[in-house]
Design a protein around this ligand. Structure first.
Ligand code: AGP
Length: 614
């Protein structure tokens, strides 16, 4: 996720901006850049790769010692991570320099209008259009603050924008909608950052902004307004975290921070997927509708958590599209001589885009002339580069080794793929697809409502610190959730944990049940009555043998009460979408239990974030 810094004050801006960017490096990025305002001109440098590349370039071509500047570390979304796509972007007259985090959904339309007015684009980014639009506004005689308000009213999507105007050197202006931005308040200087880590070494006084607000910082002060120009007040607060906590937004672990980022990550992954005609659009799909209509079998390949996302995808694709789906561990795939034809669509799911097993599997599939579509969180990584098409998830960088927001956004991408296939193949009516999209749009709020009850889950985890083993039960789409819950616990709490399909219990696993054994049970929503009732029977079976049943069930499901030693309620959602909410308490449970056990949650023993060896 991009990092943003803005500064106006008395110190050389270059140092403040570069240091701020360094503090934001943990967010992950693939290029970096800086722009300073020097005596009526914009001076800028930007480089692909790490901050060190930018610093080297600046050392060779020093920047002036001016005191107003902005900087950016970019996590590529539109266009590859190159020098030209790195931020800041400037307008045609180089009067404005702008950095951006987020996605401007209507950029194609805005770009078209600018190009027909003769503007030549210097990058592939959505950001650049905003720089040109700001300059257009300034040419009408308004100041940068009003220009920002006017431009933002015409933008769709989620964005933080920070800009400087070469003709107004003592002002930095920013705006936010659904994307992070915080103001740092100093003495004779003020700061902007994606989060407080950007300026915490200079000030601990901060100001938070609401949605759809513009903020102007000068040396003397800070003023806030709505996009419509109405004056507003930001909320000031004192930051009492140290730097390392600040990078984690006050959380003890990146994993916990990432769990709490999930409502935002899910919302970002849904952004821009519906066109003005209401139809689904997947920008980087790159496979033609005809290619997709010809698909007669789908094989999903992935590893670990991504594999479990693939298992959920099977339920959704088969139900909505009536195409047979196989889900296969990437490490097993090419060794079993899979039957692949040019009408087989291979879907590779990988958060990192670098997992060696998955990469080798897609290479094998392409050699057999199958089409490969990847679902990936890392722009420019190897798996999407070697695929015929890609659906990027927009989780932002995932730092904790245990995948959390990566999983939820993979699920979103899988649902989008399933609905897109249904649209192309005509296996679902448009209004049915729209209905599911509406339900997906509700998911960030539902995930948030689960997070709001995190204390309940933490208490549960603390009650089970002494457990030697924990089982997880699920059925249907809840089965992969059970597997994922168990994997989380194995990875970070180093506990024996197994996930089972509830119907399999009596075929063996029930022998493991002994007095007091905690079993987390993912109860399906009541809409599917048979499924729900069968799950209840499974829960009764283990409880009768002394298990302690910790049940996750939808609000209002009173039928579960007699069989649940502990009941955690989930929001009411359709069965196929339930994994998005049901997995969240399991992530919180594992995170808290591992913390209580004193483990390093972010870097568990023996594991690597990106597994680049087979
Ligand atoms: C999940 O918590 C794991 N760390 C691991 O299972 C991971 O999902 C797996 O290695 C696949 O990684 P990928 O999504 O980057 O390909």
């Amino acid at each position: 996720m991009c990092g943003i810094v803005g500064y106006v004050g008395a110190r050389p801006a270059e140092g403040v901006v570069i240091e701020g960017l360094r503090r934001l490096e943990y967010r992950g990025y693939d290029s970096a850049g800086i722009a300073l305002v020097d005596d009526g001109t914009i001076v800028s440098d930007k480089r692909a790769g790490k901050l060190a590349n930018l610093e080297k370039a600046i050392a060779e071509s020093p920047l002036p010692p001016v005191t107003t500047g902005i900087g950016h570390t970019r996590w590529a979304t539109h266009g590859p991570p190159t020098d030209r796509n790195a931020h800041p972007h400037v307008g045609r007259a180089r009067r404005v320099a702008l950095v951006h985090n987020g996605i401007i959904e209507n950029f194609a339309e805005l770009r078209g209008r600018l190009e027909s007015a003769g503007v030549e684009m210097a990058s592939d980014t959505d950001t650049e259009v905003a720089a040109h639009l700001l300059e257009e506004q300034l040419e009408t005689g308004v100041d940068l603050t009003v220009a920002m308000q006017n431009v933002c009213r015409g933008l769709n999507g989620a964005f933080t924008l920070v800009a400087v105007d070469s003709q107004d050197p003592d002002r930095v202006v920013a705006a936010r909608r659904n994307s992070p931005l915080v103001v740092g308040i100093g003495e004779g200087e003020n700061f902007l950052g994606s989060d407080v880590a950007a300026f915490i070494e200079h000030t601990r006084e901060a100001m938070e902004l609401d949605q759809d607000q513009v903020v102007t910082i000068t040396r003397e002060g800070v003023s806030v307004s709505g996009f419509d120009g109405t004056p507003a007040e930001g909320r000031r607060y004192h930051v009492d975290w140290d730097l390392s906590a600040a990078e984690k937004d006050g959380h003890d672990w990146f994993m916990r921070k990432e769990i709490f980022e999930q409502p935002r990550a899910v919302a970002d992954s849904l952004l821009g997927r519906r066109g003005t005609d209401g139809l689904l659009q997947l920008d980087e799909m790159r496979l033609s509708d005809q290619d997709l209509r010809d698909v007669d079998k789908i094989i999903i390949i992935a590893a670990g958590t991504s594999f479990y996302a693939g298992m959920v995808a099977k339920y959704a694709i088969e139900h909505w599209c009536r195409i047979p789906v196989e889900v296969e561990l990437a490490s097993e795939f090419r060794y079993r001589d899979p039957i692949l034809t040019s009408d087989t669509l291979v879907v590779a799911i990988s958060q990192s885009g670098e997992t060696a097993d998955t990469l080798q599997a897609i290479r094998h599939a392409r050699e057999q002339r199958s089409k490969v579509l990847s679902i990936c969180n890392t722009n420019g990584s190897t798996i999407p580069r070697e695929s015929d098409g890609v659906i990027y998830t927009h989780a932002g960088p995932e730092i904790g080794v245990a995948s959390t927001k990566g999983f939820l956004t993979q699920l979103v991408a899988c649902y989008l793929l399933a609905l897109y296939l249904a649209q192309v193949k005509g296996t679902r009516f448009g209004d049915e697809i729209a209905q599911v999209m509406d339900q997906l749009d509700q998911m960030p709020a539902h995930v948030q409502s689960v997070l709001d009850k995190s204390e309940e889950v933490y208490a549960l985890a603390r009650d089970h610190v002494g457990s030697r083993s924990v089982l997880f039960l699920g059925r249907h789409a809840g089965y992969p959730v059970a597997l994922e819950g168990a994997l989380k616990l194995k990875e970070i709490a180093y506990l024996h944990a197994e996930g089972f399909a509830a119907g399999e219990l009596k075929h063996g696993p029930i022998a493991l049940v002994e007095e007091g054994l905690p079993i987390l049970c993912v109860v399906p929503p009541r809409g599917r009555d048979q499924l729900h009732d069968k799950m209840l029977s499974g829960i009764q079976e283990v409880r009768a043998r002394g298990a302690c049943t910790l049940c996750l069930a939808e609000e209002g499901d009173t039928t579960i009460e007699p069989y649940a030693d502990v009941l955690f309620t989930l929001p009411q959602v359709p069965v196929l979408l339930q994994p998005l909410v049901a997995v969240v308490p399991l992530q919180l449970f594992a995170c808290e239990l591992a913390t209580q056990l004193g483990h390093d949650v972010d870097q568990p023993r023996n594991l690597a974030k990106s597994v680049t060896v087979e």
